[in-house]
Design a protein around this ligand. Sequence first.
Ligand code: SIN
Length: 523
Amino acid sequence: MIKADVVIIGSGLASLMAADILSVTKNVIIITKSSVTDSNSVLAQGGIAAAISGDDDWRDHFFDTIRAGCYHNDETMTEFLVRQGPSVIDSLINKGIDFDRCKDGSYALGKEGAHSRRRILHSGGDATGKELVMKLLARVKEKTTIIEHEFAIDILIQNRTCIGVYTKNSEERKTTYIAPSVILATGGIGQLYEVTSNSEQATGDGIAMAYRAGATIADMEFVQFHPTMLVKSSKGIGLVSEAVRGEGARIVTEKGDFLMAGKHPLEDLAPRDVVARAINEHLCKNELLYLDISNIEHFTTRFPSIATMCEKASIDLKHHRIPIAPGAHFMMGGVVTNEKGETSIPGLYAVGEVARTGVHGANRLASNSLLECVVFAAEIAKEILRKQQISSFFVPATEKATREIGHLPSELEIKEVMTKGVGIVRTRQSLKEALSWFTTYRFAMLHLKNFTTTLEQQKICNMLTVGYLIALAAWERTESRGGHYRTDYPNSHERKWKHKTIYFSGGSEKPLVTTNCQEKLSV
Ligand code: SIN
């Protein structure tokens, strides 16, 4: 048994940010199921959104966020997030992050879908996530213990409080970690779908573990599909950042027609759910779609990682066309947390994509995820430092499971069921079928502790649990909103939310209706 002040599961940006602050005075252990640099954060090509320019305002960022989120956002949390933007950027600069600049020395602010302003900061062109992770990792490495290739199996609960976690390494050897604070930073769920921008590790383990431990989970029906994944022979190769469309690329048909013309006022930069559905509808007719990059100067310098990815996939950029299709990108739901990152289980925190802070509503605004990681990781760290936590638990011996788990489906079967049944477009019938398929495996979700499992079986059980939760939430939400689209309830959210009243904190501040807001959001 190993004791620590804080155990963090996962090694992406949120984990490293929390570890950087906590490890000054706390004994922090980071546990990751693969290598420390294998995370969705490292793959993040987009940047970090913050209202830092002279003509921007956090209120505009707020409105863009809730409009993209189809007004399903927790407004207090969203306000907190966007107000923190500028100071978070300062804190990252103080930690040594170099954000890209223009020739005149000012920050080069990019534009992405559904933003009314240029407000995205990048580092290393299209490698912001990687730059942030590598810089923070260099700071954290000396101060924390990082354990790689160890799979967190379950959260340990005593008297309804989280007291630690138990893990298995690649030889299936168990270790128990005891800590008064456990932070889930396990990332997303993209691997439940056939095409995804996510790292291979994104199998929803944190959500499944928290669910088994009895934590509150919400908004699982809201899965964001990124419109532009590079695809070859129907296989997802990797993400083509929305920043590419922000710089002028257009989605075109084989004939060269602009797909998004007339479909939304923001055309190619419409919210992701709108663009992804338009692309999906076109692809269903067995026609191909491309990203036309002909009007982007110096593409390979501005987007070096994407250019390399295209080259590796033998896409000749001289033709200025990148073949695209949508892919699962981001889970808006997850383990419910408050503004301090606390879950419904004392001692258990969640941050980053695994958490449902409420800031993304039904559809995340581009480049708000790295912001969320940094803002809420800092809040969790503050909260843990504030609390005087002593781990004085009696740790009972874990009961030995003796029963074989029996037949489980393969990862590919789960991906197929999710893509067909609970994908970009959901029908009553597709949801019914998916839900009934998942229900067959409820034994593997509910009574997992009773069974002996290999690491592979454990991962499958986690994927089944998360798939079931997504299918169930999608079945129960009888409307379409953001990332959740049902053909039997199309566009029903618009009617309900047309006249929404927003009050900001601080009393005196009135709702702001900017010229950029399409909807009138006022008292
Ligand atoms: C992208 O670069 O298009 C993805 C960024 C994000 O999801 O915020």
